[in-house]
Design a protein around this ligand. Structure first.
Ligand SMILES: *[C@@H]1O[C@H](CO)[C@@H](O)[C@H](O)[C@H]1NC(C)=O
Ligand SMILES: *[C@@H]1O[C@H](CO)[C@@H](O)[C@H](O)[C@H]1NC(C)=O
Length: 605
């Protein structure tokens, strides 16, 4: 019997099966009344765009509202194109569309990838094809979908978190009349025409600014013809002196300057601020970051001022706020860390991309402040190896005195979550009287290789008595040794750089873990404070360090979870800049009461 069934399916092929399940038109989402003008598409009303591949063959434009996202893919092929959102950059578990244009008619299919093979058709086709054409060299498809799908088994929600966008194409259209079964028209393997890119699809649209205004001045910080190494990932650092000004000015906008053709190579840039006292040696043309030869002083520039990432148009301050430069408290230097993404290891590429800063002498009502909150980046922040998921929590205990001095609440308008390579999620909770109010920045699918400021809309008000609780999740399944807190990318951080107004004096507000509060978990009762924490008691362990003992611990997922709970119940230090000499150990506040997510229904389902 089984053999017969198979035979029946094979003989039957695509047409009858499809016809019996769903009307074919619906599956294929065919569009007949499209505009076939042949002109380059009008990108006018799209707010975001990015090249997904290195050669600019797959260019994506998009825009969104509170419920839907509309894409327009311009792909240099006359075959099919694939675009999807993936849980991790791979195919398995991805929500994929495959579309093409054949004989002047555009088609789209909504699919789900169960593995590294042709994605099957979804039972419900939830993608709306709006238009499509081929112009001899390119296929252009415009389509729309809901951000929050009704069908959560086969469609992935698109959130404000970092999305792993996967793409593919093939110069042949799907074989419509071949044996296709449930997979719909058979799609040939895409070969090497595929890839994955981290993109914050739902980055908020920036406020508008008239840069033609004669009061708007600018300066640029660019790479100078940097030879991009033949490796997957390069961080290139470059410093510059800020303009010398006789009084306060406001930076009001920062935008990328991308060398034409390098839209995919230049992946993101982070700008750090530094004071004159920490003068980093200026090197013409810059230097590879984190390299042993990088000037050590550059490490002093560790407070983030701004960041830009692929797909972003830059950052514009709300029109009542500016980032102050030119007065005594302001930074004198900036350092730009440019991330080059060269997965095909192309050699000989020279880049002169960078950032343009717009500033004005007409100062705005508020100075923007930047506050770093989270876990103090020191070796007492211990993350066990072999953990699928390990959470660290940081508190800001020192806020109230500064809010009192300011005499008003602050409003947070932007956030940049920051962890290193093991970080998979970063979120800050605003808690009032033990009850969660809102997130002050959040990314549940964080990617170290994509650092960008995210506008918070609406702004979040923080008042006296509020708690800011920053949580980071790490995945260390590929590590055999414990990871400790620190500034290098091999070490970990758990920080959210939040931008707010009006500016107060507080710039850093962390909680610091105490090594001796954690030591009893490993049977150690007294250890020295300096890394690697020499053991003083019990006597039987004095020839070891706590780090040795931690590395020898039989770590499993369960042990990591037990340690996470243990650490969450220790007492911690408050660490602030400007520094307050108060080394009291403080109890960690309990987890806040969270709203019940299930009560939120999805509109239109
Ligand atoms: C075809 O479309 C692509 C993508 O929009 C565009 O770049 C190209 O110039 C178009 N070619 C012609 C001949 O119109
Ligand atoms: C620690 O090392 C010293 C010197 O090697 C040795 O004399 C001592 O017995 C060791 N102590 C323990 C508890 O192993």
């Amino acid at each position: 019997m089984r053999g017969m069934c198979t035979l029946f399916l094979l003989l039957c092929g695509s047409t009858c099966l499809l016809a019996s399940v769903i009307p074919k038109e619906e599956i294929l989402g065919a569009v007949r009344d499209f505009q076939q003008s042949g002109r380059a598409a009008d990108a006018g009303d799209f707010t975001h765009q990015a090249s997904l591949d290195e050669h600019g063959r797959f260019h994506l434009l998009w825009k969104f509202d509170s419920e839907t996202i509309t894409f327009e893919a311009h792909v240099q092929t006359t075959g099919y194109i694939g675009l999807g959102v993936s849980p991790n950059g791979g195919m398995r578990g991805s929500d994929v569309i495959i579309g093409w244009v054949k004989d002047g008619q555009a088609f789209i299919t909504d699919r789900f990838a169960e593995g590294y093979f042709e994605p099957r058709l979804d039972a419900h086709q939830d993608v709306e094809l709006l238009s499509g054409y081929e112009n001899g060299t390119h296929t252009v498809l415009r389509f729309r979908r809901k951000l929050r799908p009704c069908d959560t088994a086969e469609d992935r929600e698109i959130t404000e978190d970092t999305q792993r966008v996967i793409w593919s194409f093939n110069d042949l259209d799907p074989l419509e009349n071949s044996l296709a079964g449930q997979n719909g028209p058979h799609v040939l393997y895409h070969g090497s025409n595929r890839g994955s890119k981290s993109i914050i699809l739902l980055q908020k649209n920036p406020p508008t600014l008239d840069i033609q205004d004669s009061n708007i001045l600018s300066f640029e910080l660019t790479s100078s013809n940097v030879l991009v190494p033949e490796k997957d990932t390069t961080y290139w650092c470059n410093t510059m002196r800020l303009p010398r000004l006789d009084r306060k000015h406001h930076i009001v906008k920062i935008e990328p300057i991308i060398q034409p053709g390098h839209e995919s190579l230049v992946h993101h840039a982070v700008v750090y601020q530094c004071k004159l006292g920490q003068v980093p040696p200026m090197l013409d043309g810059g230097h590879e970051c984190y390299h042993p030869n990088m000037p050590e002083e550059w490490g002093n520039c560790n407070s983030i001022m701004t960041a830009w990432a692929i797909g972003g148009k830059g950052f514009t301050y709300p029109n009542y706020v500016g980032f102050p430069i030119g007065s005594d408290d302001d930074p004198d230097y900036i350092m730009m860390e440019m991330h080059y993404d060269n997965p095909d290891r192309i050699s000989g590429q020279r880049d002169s991309s960078g950032l343009r800063f717009y500033y004005t002498p007409i100062v705005r009502m508020y100075d923007a402040g930047i506050l770093d909150i989270g876990v103090n980046s020191y070796a007492t922040h211990v993350i066990p190896p072999r953990a699928e998921s390990f959470d660290s929590t940081g508190f800001c205990f020192g806020l109230d005195p500064y809010l009192q001095e300011l005499g008003s609440p602050i409003k947070v308008f932007a956030s940049m979550p920051h962890a290193h390579l093991a970080g998979t999620a970063v979120r800050t909770k605003l808690v009032r009287n033990g009850v969660f109010q809102s997130y002050v920045g959040r990314d549940e699918t964080y990617d170290f290789d994509l650092q960008e400021i995210r506008l918070l809309d609406p702004e979040v008000m923080v008042q006296e008595g509020d708690q800011l609780i920053t949580e980071c999740t790490y995945k260390t399944t590929d590590r055999t040794q414990a990871t400790i807190g620190g500034l290098s990318s091999r070490e970990e951080m758990c920080i959210n750089f939040i931008q707010y107004y009006p500016r107060m004096k507080l710039t850093r507000c962390y909680s610091g873990l105490d090594i001796n509060q954690q030591a009893p978990f490993f049977g150690v009762y007294y250890a020295g404070w300096e890394y690697p924490f020499p053991i003083y008691y019990p006597d039987s362990m004095v020839n070891q360090t706590l780090i040795d003992v931690i590395n020898q611990h039989p770590w499993t997922n369960e042990e990591a979870e037990r340690f996470e709970q243990y650490v969450r119940n220790t007492q911690v230090f408050s660490y602030t800049v400007p520094e307050v000499n108060d080394y009291q150990l403080i109890d960690q506040p309990a987890d806040p009461t969270m709203p019940n997510d299930n009560s939120v229904s999805i509109p239109g389902c």
